[in-house]
Design a protein around this ligand. Structure first.
Ligand code: GLN
Length: 543
């Protein structure tokens, strides 16, 4: 196979020893360091057979990240977008499900007529073509390829074989292999140990891949002797062994890699030049770190939901608060409130005691929603800053309909499926969703324009922009039949779809800060550009 993408350089990131070492953050940080002058695209290879993680349980798999093009992907794409300032695409996420689907479709079409379709070369070729097609379509200077899981995982073997072959296809000078491993300091031994790294690199060698750079995740910076030792086992200079210490904030990782000399290694290995400019970034990281230890100011935001068991399922919400805190120079404490435990408004008041602001994030189904509405009622009545995201906006509308408009039995028709009687369907299924039977990838997904009402609070917090673009993931909406009744009692729909009658932002004038968005503002927030809805929530919480 020839390299059909002349000009593109490939950086492959694999992981060893353990999962959960932060391979996504490592890849995103490498992308961050190179993005100054080069077009970097990030590709992720997942071993599972789902087409996308949209149908998986967020408790097991973490947050579903929604892309502008409507693709549902995993949290790593959130890291790529936030660290690299790029808009990624669904096609940049390979899953074994997608790879096999593609091959089976080709087989039925007759593309392999007369041939036996085999794992090698057909699966590996298909993976490589996927890379080349992206590189070409995007006119990428650099492609970062993150291989999911760890080297030993059976389900990732075809990706490893494909990336092994890649070197021959694109040429030595156009590819670099980076391996992230674990360097433990066992208790009692109190010394950095290299054995797990040695074994993991051996395993990679057996697959025919010799890493050019090893990043050692460790509780602390790697010592010169351990770098020397790992280097000698891996046949690389000690300077190519990079520290990946535990950090207080993940945004510190690009700064550490830079100090460890990683950009220079990449530049000389790949014949590229794109010096990072991290001055502003460093300032925000300094704020985050300072406020963790010795905060100038502190606010507490209550995050009220049902998946509170796993903080990863709200990863982007948490990040968006970090971004706002960094820019406002304030420490944002999170308080996780499980709404299935809130039985009365008094419970809500007790649980929210000490909180300066409230977020009800996205969600599905009936469990915990009455509790969420009590939390919302408390925030609305007591002037506590509130941000409702997606379900959090819909439930704020239901609460308002019930308690302000007097519409007893108001609810979202989403709960009818679970046997709840809905007298006033103030939130109802989107017309386009009525006949949808398939569950995977069929919600109203992805980026849509939002027309903002001049003079509203939304208008001022979005910097007087008449049209913004945000990302959606929902099946239900504010029922147009109830808009007049809701607005008559003071609720304002300040963001709508430019053509369709879909309410996309809601606010309550006169309240300190009571905002709802049908979209997920957390998905477009970054350290460079914090989401205005979060930034102003934290600001209101400070006052
Ligand atoms: N369950 C609601 C809907 O489908 C909200 C979805 C969400 O919060 N992402 O419209």
């Amino acid at each position: 196979m020839k390299n059909r993408t002349s000009g593109c350089k490939y950086i492959v990131v694999t992981g060893g020893v353990l999962s959960g070492l932060g391979k996504g953050i490592a890849a995103a940080s490498i992308g961050n360091l190179l993005s100054g002058r080069l077009k970097v695209v990030s590709v992720k290879c997942d071993g599972y057979l789902n087409t996308d993680p949209g149908t998986m349980n967020p408790i097991e798999h973490g947050e579903v990240f929604v892309l502008d093009d409507g693709g549902e992907v995993d949290m790593d794409f959130g890291h790529y977008e936030r660290f690299m300032g790029i808009t990624t695409k669904f096609h940049w996420n390979l899953t074994m499900g997608k790879v096999f689907k593609n091959i089976l479709e080709k087989e039925r079409r007759g593309d392999y007529l007369g041939k036996t379709v085999q794992f090698i070369p057909h699966v590996t070729d298909s993976i490589k073509h996927w890379f080349f097609d992206i590189a070409k379509a995007e006119e990428a200077d650099v492609m970062l390829i993150e291989v999911g899981g760890t080297v030993g995982d059976l389900e990732n073997q075809f990706y490893l074989e494909a990336i092994r072959q890649l070197k021959r296809d694109v040429g030595d000078e156009n590819i670099i292999y980076i391996h992230l491993t674990y360097v433990p300091i066992p208790e009692g031994v109190n010394e950095q140990k290299s054995k797990p790294t040695q074994m993991s690199v051996r395993m990679l060698n057996e697959k025919g891949i010799d890493p050019d750079v090893v990043i050692g995740r460790c509780p602390e910076m790697l010592t010169p002797p351990i770098k020397e030792k790992i280097g000698s086992y891996c046949n690389i200079p000690a300077s190519h062994v990079i520290s990946g210490p535990d950090v207080k904030t993940v945004y510190e990782i690009p700064l550490i890699y830079e100090k460890e000399g990683l950009p220079a290694i990449l530049h000389s290995a790949l014949g590229i030049y794109s010096p990072p400019d991290l001055r502003q970034w460093e300032g925000w990281v300094r704020n985050i770190k300072k406020n963790l230890v010795n905060p100038t100011r502190t606010v507490t935001i209550a995050l009220c939901g049902k998946y509170t068991a796993l903080e990863d399922s709200y990863a982007s919400v948490v990040e968006a608060l970090v971004h706002s805190g960094a820019h406002l120079d304030v420490r944002v404490n999170l308080k996780w409130v499980d709404t299935s435990k809130v039985a009365t408004v008094e419970d809500a008041a007790t649980l929210l005691d000490g909180s300066d602001g409230v977020i009800v994030p996205g969600g599905f189904g009936k469990r915990g929603i009455e509790g969420k509405m009590r939390v919302i009622q408390h925030a609305r009545e007591k002037g506590l800053p509130y941000l409702g995201i997606c379900y959090g906006m819909q439930l704020a509308v239901v609460e308002f309909a019930r308690n302000v408009c007097g519409l007893q039995g108001a609810n979202t028709t989403e709960v009818r499926e679970e046997g709840v009687v809905v007298d006033h369907p103030v939130i109802d299924i989107l017309p386009g969703q009525k006949n949808v039977l398939q569950k995977g990838g069929t919600m109203r997904l992805g980026g849509h324009d939002v027309q903002i009402k001049p003079g509203s609070r939304a208008y001022s917090i979005y910097g007087d922009q008449a049209v913004i673009r945000e990302r959606f993931r929902h099946r239900y909406e504010v029922n147009p039949d109830y808009i007049e009744r809701l607005e008559a009692k003071g609720l304002v729909f300040s963001g709508k779809h430019p053509e369709e009658n879909i309410m996309q932002v809601m606010e309550l004038p006169g309240h300190k800060y009571f905002m709802g968005s049908q979209f997920h503002p957390e998905l477009t927030s970054s350290l460079r550009n914090p989401s205005p809805l979060f930034y102003n929530l934290v600001k209101a919480a400070l006052e």
